[in-house]
Design a protein around this ligand. Structure first.
Ligand SMILES: *Cc1c(COP(=O)(O)O)cnc(C)c1O
Length: 494
């Protein structure tokens, strides 16, 4: 199985190269040159396995230059011990024919763990095949969840270092605490004075600075990236869509072969794209329902074919979906319309901030996807309603997905069995969740809110979040934009 670039099908690399490089040199994203097919018999067999076996079989179809031993060790290393639920990605029944796929049982309590627990392991194997003896340096700019999940994933992984920059005024108190108390000998974290764009631009500049690259090379090191356009992050996400389906088969909720819907709270289009690949592989999927918050750029695109990022940016209570450029959409466009059109649309996006796809492409998209969005008030109302009526507490991102699904079902009358992806623990966004179910709180600090949420909901706060209170702060530093190079060199001792 080879990988080609969405912008130049002449570029062809192995899965190891695709993962080690992250992005193709002309700016395209790596995609598999064909989609491996999974038969109904195989799906039936998978429904009798656990998550680890499912992951090995699905990933094995994509990462064909990894040996069975290498895959076994990557998958077990990622999922055997770090998750608080033995199912890894359990499926919980919300109502008749409606199920929640809980993707937040990993060490940072957000769905990014599903991919970032395994990516470092895949990257280590891949880099070993591509360039022997080089230490990989991961640089991350984060607005919250990705930074912490990457730190947990890469901590103490051999031959890697990880350095995370976050904006001094742009992450939630819980997210900041999670990062500043990070353990591990190969990790470092620094705030930078500024917003997320400042952090992101600084990291991009360091990545592409030739002199810095030379200095790293002279010291046996090279940069790599853990962001969501890396194929090594996307492939592991395909697994849990198969797993969710298998769980429903195993529990008798559906028969093998029945079609189901997936609803996904979406930001960068990575999570829902993985569901698309699962469908293309042969998983019986009816509709993929893309849920957005007030930053509804994808709802407009998937329903009208117009992608327009020239719009107001909203800061919402589901911050991990506050995105106006969904990078992974490029892979869908490639799959449906090919590289010539992708080039045309991506250059329009860069120059005008806007493009419109042709009618044929739009028809294909609408056949597969439904889409909707909701604002913060509707999200909070849904969190309150589901807590009261279904005794289920969801986080703010999941709240968006549930709202969009309820509206979709009411409007279309589609009652096919449905799985809604839940992407974070409600305790990670305590302030908004508590406001939804118990009214606005005043004068409580982050941990008091967590405690109150536990008391009001009757749920236990996940250990990794509760334990933060007693952890020493290891990384309290804050640098200026101009000092980021020095922070990198200091961390690497070069
Ligand atoms: C990253 C994230 C999302 C969005 O996922 P995409 O793959 O970017 O679409 C949704 N919810 C949470 C909690 C996240 O951390």
């Amino acid at each position: 199985m080879n990988y080609i670039s969405t912008r130049n099908p002449g570029v062809r690399v192995s899965s190891s190269e695709a993962i080690a490089k992250g992005i193709s040199s002309e700016g395209g994203l790596f995609v598999p040159e064909s989609i491996p097919q999974v038969t109904p018999e195989e799906i039936k067999a998978l429904s009798e396995c656990g998550y680890i076996e499912r992951a090995k079989r699905i990933l094995g179809r994509y990462l064909t230059d990894f040996t069975a031993e290498e895959l076994d060790s990557c998958v077990k290393g990622a999922y055997e011990t770090g998750f608080s639920d033995s199912k890894i990605a359990p499926v919980v029944k919300l109502g008749e024919g409606v199920h929640i796929l809980e993707l937040f049982k990993g060490p940072t309590c957000a769905f990014k763990d599903m991919a970032l627990q395994i990516l470092p392991r895949l990257l280590t194997v891949a880099s070993g095949k591509v360039a022997k003896g080089i230490e990989t340096v991961i640089l991350v700019a984060t607005s919250g969840d990705t930074g912490k999940a990457a730190l947990e994933g890469f901590k103490d992984v051999e031959n890697t270092r990880i350095l995370v920059f976050y904006p001094s005024d742009g992450v939630s108190p819980m997210q900041k605490l999670q990062m500043c108390t990070q353990e591990g000998a190969n990790v470092a974290v620094s705030a930078i004075r500024g917003n997320f764009d400042d952090a992101q631009n600084g990291v991009k500049r360091i990545f592409t600075d030739k002199a810095i690259a030379e200095r790293l090379k002279a010291n046996g090191k090279a940069f790599s990236s853990a962001n969501s356009i890396n194929w090594g992050r996307l492939a592991p996400q395909i697994v849990y869509y198969f797993s969710a389906y298998c769980e429903l088969v195993a529990s008798g909720e559906i028969a093998c072969g029945d079609k189901i819907n997936f609803v996904v709270p979406t930001g960068n289009f990575g999570n829902i794209l993985a569901a698309y690949y699962a469908k293309e592989m042969g998983l019986p999927v009816a509709k993929l329902i893309c849920a957005s918050n007030s930053n509804s750029v994808l709802t407009e695109f998937l329903t009208t074919g117009v992608y327009n990022r020239n719009r107001q940016f909203y800061t919402t209570i589901s911050p991990s979906m506050d995105i106006l450029i969904s990078s992974n959409l490029e892979r869908l466009l490639y799959s449906i319309a090919g590289s010539e059109k992708v080039n045309e649309w991506m250059s329009l996006l860069a120059s005008e901030g806007k493009y419109t796809v042709d009618g044929e492409t739009l028809d294909k998209i609408r056949e597969i996807f439904a889409a909707g969005w909701c604002d913060d008030e509707a999200t909070k109302a849904t969190i309150a309603k589901k807590f009261k009526e279904n005794d289920y507490l969801c986080d703010t991102h999941t709240g968006v997905a549930v709202t969009v699904y309820d509206r979709y079902r009411a409007e279309t009358g589609d009652t096919a069995p449905t799985v809604i992806a839940s992407t974070a623990s409600p305790f990670k966004f305590s302030a908004a969740v508590l406001e939804a179910i118990d009214g606005k709180q005043t004068g409580l600090d982050e941990f008091e809110m967590v405690e109150k949420l536990a008391a009001v909901s009757g749920l236990e706060c996940p250990a990794p979040l509760a334990g933060l209170r007693d952890k020493p702060v290891r990384f309290g530093g804050c640098c200026e934009k101009s000092e980021m190079d020095k922070v990198v060199f200091d961390m690497l001792n070069i």
